[in-house]
Design a protein around this ligand. Structure first.
Ligand SMILES: *Cc1c(COP(=O)(O)O)cnc(C)c1O
Length: 867
């Protein structure tokens, strides 16, 4: 055995194009077609070969080629333009600068286990990572003082190959980080910066890599360094790989290591965004820091909570990350004393009493001021799922809200369409992407031109699909005939449906396979056939997902599906882009309500591709009856088989009766007028709202800025307000059992008109609490038969059940204390100003504190008895 050192020698960039290296290391290039065009012009086949990885490209391009382009007038023109655009982008005034000048230096940290920014950086598995990537891009566009923190996986997620039997094979490439668009972070003297994290019996050292996404920096943690033992070096090997032990270690590295990395870089965020529970241990580290600095633990908890936002993405209880008490002990018992906490109190932070496990989602939920789901429907499902932790609190008042996901338009919109928009939309449509009026202009695009561009994208996509299939067959050493056959597969004139995403079973890739005969008739129709393109990875441990892949693969080899149904391998961002820009219909068939949001349909809509989806995730908010297609009903099912059967029926009927006739209805020039109207309607209504610019602005307004301000406030005067808040909460919890409304009297409601006051009196027992500690209020709302306590009734119809019935669309009017009885109870009065119609009303007491982030930050309430 001998040791070999490696050295990588890159060609030298000629002076005139010396900034290509800088461009290659800023993922800004990934949403700038012209920047990519630069690399393509130097050597287009190399650009494809390196999978659009500009760093790898510059290492492999020949010196001659660089010298040649450095002398080309037209290349230099483009180069100078791109560099000017980059300068402009990096230095211009931004939305955040203008809106929040006082917060320009108040950093927002965003922690996520995956970041899907570009295909050259394969550290994502699906929607969660893509969302994180698009979030960073928009945070950069808007100029937020924003940093991302994640892990850098040596093997990425995995690359997928489909073998001759149709089984997925997972391959784990050994990524060379020096050939990716990231750079190691060093001390000023150039030596490597290592950040230590304790694991049982040892310390693991993390190396830090910096990924630039426009103005934003994402710090990625890498345990694969020689200082660590072999087992620890593998901890950052795979995304979602390994067993529970690996998972908890990864989450400790991400959460605790992530905080330490920021400290090592002298970055002190005031708002902390936990993107899904994986990163929730960051809370523990922040509490530890404060306790070590002398802040009492309960005040530390309040201060940490003040600056924290948690976004949950998982609508199924089984999807949440949990650990046993033994495992928590094993990894955290050395911290209990540092935190000044008893073991029980520590466990209680994430303990789920029903399941007897430590739940990362609960940890995050309990220690965050703000919490949200990722679509309106998902917000409701999440409130429903966690309502047991908010006993007595009306569903609509449970402090979990929602911000609907979006996509980064510049990253997903085909350059060919961008050119078309440049010609027919207002010149500043890119800056106005949240403005519906800007998109209205789509109506000005001549149908022929929109269709021509769409057909071009479709042909390009079909070429890529055939290449993908040819690649599979070559590698699988299939007969020459089978390899040649691929050239006849897929026809650009045929209605093309795309279905590509993770092969999780709830996404039901096989919904159309429930009735193969009916599907066979559709694909082999002599006049109006359809074709379907499938792609997606199944998690390597998900056997059922892999069987789905095999099932579809087998179909693709049977008549009459051959050539009309295809399965592409290794779905990644690049393949997603081609499909989402080139198919006619994007199909989405999750088992409702399991798709928290979904975003691929939004990417499709940006490209004039029609979304055809179950009314799940974001789609109920977007679908207006004329901008796409809705499959199935919004009812609740208790039986999967029935649900699948009904949804498959609905989808077949929709295809046969609506989608296919509409697509093939052509005028004498061969243009599908009605279809193009649908494309335009989709372009006008979906991108203006379902984009990450709108989304990140909402995060800023609703969460980041309030979190920053609350954090600053609670930590003032050596955390005095945090100490007060903690003491307040403890006192309230202790005394709450004695709080009660003993009687309520309401005036006579006979013959009262709209707008008149109905006087209400309540006698309230507060025990040793005082009226300053609570709010007593009249609570009123609609009493509605249809207003059930369920996620079924979209949109906006939330509901509460208390002893007296169901109350929705709750309003509140505070009551004032008017006296005290000899027994020590308090008399409260208030007026209910009567709205029109039937109102339900009652009285309640809840804790009140000006420092609460939400009225139910302390989820205690006492309702009036029957009156
Ligand atoms: C957008 C995207 C996803 C998410 O797709 P959904 O259909 O929303 O699950 C997954 N993978 C890739 C590569 C994507 O681009």
């Amino acid at each position: 055995m001998y040791f070999i050192r490696t050295v990588t020698v890159a060609p030298k960039l000629p002076d005139k194009i010396s900034r290509l290296g800088e461009l290659a290391r800023n993922l800004w290039f990934s949403w700038n077609p012209q920047a990519q065009e630069l690399f393509r012009r130097i050597n287009s086949s190399l650009w494809e070969e390196v999978k659009h990885n500009p760093v790898c490209f510059l290492l492999n391009v020949s010196q001659d080629q660089l010298e040649r382009v450095a002398k080309s007038e037209s290349f230099l023109l483009l180069y100078n333009q791109v560099m000017e655009d980059l300068n402009q982008y990096m230095t211009a005034q931004t939305w955040f600068n203008r809106q929040y000048p006082e917060h320009n230096n108040h950093v927002i940290a965003y922690f996520s286990a995956e970041f899907g920014v570009h295909e050259s950086h394969p550290t994502y598995s699906g929607g969660l990572g893509l969302l994180a990537g698009d979030h960073c891009k928009s945070a950069s566009d808007l100029g937020l003082p924003f940093v991302g923190v994640g892990l850098l996986y040596k093997n990425g997620y995995f690359t997928q190959r489909i073998n001759r039997e149709g089984w997925q094979e997972a391959h784990y490439p050994y990524l060379n980080f020096y050939q990716m668009p990231i750079t190691p972070v060093t001390h000023p003297d150039g030596s490597t910066l290592y950040v230590p994290v304790e694991l049982p019996g040892r310390t693991v050292y993390l190396k830090i890599w910096q990924m630039r996404v426009g103005r934003v920096h994402v710090y990625l943690l890498d345990a694969d360094v020689t200082r660590n033992n072999m087992a620890d070096r593998a901890l950052t090997g795979q995304l979602y790989g390994g067993d529970r032990e690996t998972r908890i270690c990864q989450e400790i590295l991400l959460g605790i290591g992530g905080v330490r990395v920021l400290r090592a870089l002298n970055i002190h965020p005031l708002a902390w965004h936990i993107n899904e529970g994986h990163a929730a241990f960051l809370l523990i580290e922040r509490i530890r820091e404060l306790v070590q600095a002398g802040v009492p633990v309960n005040a530390a908890v309040e201060a940490v909570r003040a600056g924290t936002l948690f976004t949950t993405h998982t609508p199924v209880p089984a999807g949440h990350d949990v650990f046993s008490a033994e495992m928590i002990d094993k990894y955290f018992n050395h911290l209990y004393s540092q935190l000044n906490m008893e073991r029980e109190d520590f466990l209680a932070l994430g303990w789920d009493d029903e399941q007897k496990v430590f739940n990362m989602t609960l940890l995050a939920l309990r220690l965050s001021s703000y919490c949200n789901g990722v679509s309106k429907l998902h917000g409701q499902v999440t409130r429903q799922m966690f309502r047991r932790f908010y006993p007595g609190i009306p569903m609509e008042e449970i402090p979990i809200s929602s911000i609907t996901n979006g996509v980064h338009i510049g990253s997903w919109l085909a350059p060919e369409l961008q050119e078309l928009f440049d010609r027919y939309l207002e010149a500043d449509w890119r800056q106005n992407c949240c403005n519906r009026q800007a998109w209205e202009q789509v109506s000005a695009i001549p149908a022929e031109e929109l269709w021509e561009v769409h057909c071009r994208l479709k042909e390009k996509m079909i070429r890529i699909a055939r290449d993908n299939l040819r690649g599979q067959r070559l590698r699988n050493q299939e007969p020459a005939l089978r390899i040649r056959e691929v050239e006849q597969y897929l026809d650009p004139r045929i209605l093309t449906i795309g279905f590509a995403r993770r092969f999780a079973t709830y996404k039901r890739a096989n919904l159309l396979l429930r009735d193969k005969e009916r599907l066979a008739r559709l694909v082999s129709d002599p006049v109006r056939p359809i074709q379907i393109i499938f792609a997606g990875k199944a998690h390597p441990a998900d056997r059922l997902g892999q069987e789905l892949i095999k099932q579809i693969y087998e179909l693709t080899n049977q008549e009459p599906f051959k050539g009309r149904v295809v399965l592409l391998e290794d779905y990644d961002i690049a393949l997603a882009r081609s499909l989402l820009q080139g198919v006619d219909v994007w199909l989405n068939t999750p088992r409702r309500p399991l798709e928290a949001s979904g975003t691929s349909g939004q990417k499709a809509a940006v490209n004039g591709v029609i979304h055809c989806s179950i009314l799940d995730g974001w789609w109920p908010e977007a679908y207006d009856g004329e901008n796409g297609f809705a499959v199935g009903e919004t009812r609740e099912y208790h039986d999967e088989e029935t649900q699948d059967r009904d949804d498959a029926y609905s989808l077949f009927a929709l295809l046969e009766e609506t989608i296919i006739p509409m697509y093939y209805d052509r005028d004498q020039k061969g243009i599908p007028r009605a279809w193009i109207e649908l494309m335009k309607r989709s372009l006008q209504t979906i991108p203006p709202f379902f984009n990450t610019e709108r989304m990140v602005k909402e995060y800023c307004q609703q969460f980041y800025v309030p979190a920053i301000e609350r954090n600053l406030h609670l930590s003032r005067n050596n955390y005095e307000p945090a100490r007060h808040l903690a003491a307040f909460k403890e006192r309230l919890k202790e005394n709450w059992p004695r709080v009660a409304i003993t009687s309520v009297k309401a005036g006579d409601t006979q013959a009262m008109g709209v707008g008149e006051p109905l006087p209400i009196e309540a006698v309230v027992q507060l025990g040793s609490l005082s009226p300053e500690d609570v709010t007593v209020e009249i609570v009123y709302g609609r009493l509605d038969e249809k207003c059930f306590d369920s996620f079924e009734h979209m949109p906006g119809a939330f509901c509460l059940i208390n002893a007296n019935g169901q109350l929705c669309n709750i309003n509140k009017t505070a009551m004032t204390v008017t006296g005290q009885t000899p027994e020590g109870t308090y008399l409260y009065r208030g007026n209910l100003i009567l709205p029109q119609g039937t109102v339900g009303y009652t009285v309640r007491v809840r804790p009140a504190n000006g420092d609460f982030a939400h009225i139910f930050e302390l989820p205690l309430v006492a309702w009036a008895p029957h009156f």
